[in-house]
Design a protein around this ligand. Structure first.
Ligand code: UFG
Length: 338
């Protein structure tokens, strides 16, 4: 099967391409390199069974999207490409609407024109907002905390309308919880531009001495230790979930939503302490004010994915911390810097 992976050089995309290639899927990666680096291509190539095709193209340009579909005939598309910072989306909402919605519409039009009607879309647990007590099931009410979340929910709604309009579409919407960790080789991982927004890349940068200390946003949440609780999931488990979703689409039409999470919540301090223990490094931290827009607790009810996709997260917090640190250490080695 030939799969188009948009945003395939990004954090989750790159791990998914490796997983797909090593399980017999042929991958064509399209990425505009806005939030990724071309050197990731060599790295995923080394980890993959078969050659990975790459096209540097911008999905906002209809002609560039058409060109991709002229060159290859795809069996399915996995759509990762998009902007992903909740904080940035509050400052610049129009950019988020243009990028995330514009690229998706161009992609869907071209898929329809070429009769490619199998899609796995990267959504996010952010669509649940703050209405529901965890564990959160797929049928929970949605609510929006920022424009980034709105783009994810709007795309989900567009996909619902599309599959209602044409029953030939098979769509899996995957709502990711908090992906962390890296490939166990230490050669690919998360590499945010500038100061990391997310917790794990910040922790690894403190561990390597690139930053002095971690700011922990609030210790007065109604949680066992007062810090926020999240469903951290190993990025390779998430990658495997995409493979399962593709298999599912081969014999299920319509629109299907799945949570991809472990079903377990760990606090910010749990993660810091586990990282310190398994890696033998100290993470100095300061407790500061809560970060606006953060919720206290989020974790998935992942039973639907287990039941229908036959997927379950396998890797625990220790492995997530070890792999994240192995990747950061690889990044800071002078011979391997980008
Ligand atoms: N945190 C800190 N210090 C930091 C960064 C984060 O204490 O420097 C805390 C946050 O306050 C929160 C927890 O760590 O309690 C996790 O924060 P992240 O920024 O890593 O992740 P979020 O849960 O805020 O958001 C992430 C993605 C979103 C996605 C959401 C889905 O960034 O895109 O998960 O659940 F929508």
């Amino acid at each position: 099967m030939k799969i188009l992976v948009t945003g395939g050089l990004g954090y989750i995309g790159s791990h998914t391409v490796v997983e797909l290639s090593n399980n017999g899927f042929e991958c064509v990666v399209v990425d505009n390199l806005m939030n990724s680096d071309s050197s990731v291509l060599d790295r995923i190539q080394k980890l993959s069974a078969d050659p990975i095709h790459f096209m540097k193209r911008d999905l906002l340009d209809k002609h560039q999207v058409a060109e991709v579909f002229e060159l290859f005939h795809f069996d399915a598309v996995i759509h990762f490409a998009g902007l992903k910072s909740p904080a940035e989306s509050v400052v610049n909402p129009l950019r988020y609407f243009e990028e995330n919605l514009g690229t998706t519409i161009n992609l869907l039009n071209e898929m329809q024109r070429n009769n490619v009607k199998k899609l796995v879309f990267s959504s996010s647990a952010t669509v649940y907002g703050d209405l529901t007590e965890p564990p959160v099931y797929e049928k929970a009410l949605t609510s929006i905390l920022n424009p980034y979340g709105r783009t994810k929910l709007m795309i989900e709604e567009i996909l619902q309308d599309l599959s209602k309009s044409d029953p030939e579409w098979s769509i899996a919407i995957l709502r990711f919880f908090n992906p962390i960790g890296a490939h166990s080789s230490g050669t690919i991982g998360e590499r945010p531009n500038g100061v990391p927004n997310n917790l794990m890349p910040y922790i690894t940068q403190v561990a390597s001495g690139r930053r002095q200390f971690l700011n922990i946003y609030g210790d007065d949440y109604p949680t066992p230790d007062g810090t926020g609780v999240r469903d951290f999931i190993h990025v390779m488990d998430l990658a495997h979930g995409h493979l399962k979703a593709l298999n599912y689409l081969s014999n299920h039409s319509g629109n299907h939503i799945f949570n991809l999470g472990t079903g377990k919540g760990y606090s910010v301090l749990d993660l810091v302490r586990t990282f310190e223990e398994v890696n033998g490094v100290k993470i100095p931290y300061k407790i500061v004010d809560r970060r606006p827009g953060d919720i206290a607790v989020s974790y998935a009810a992942p039973s639907k994915a287990e039941r229908e996709l036959g997927w379950k997260a396998e890797r625990g917090l220790n492995e997530m911390c070890e792999d994240a640190w192995r990747w950061e250490k690889d990044l800071v080695k002078p011979s391997k810097s980008f």
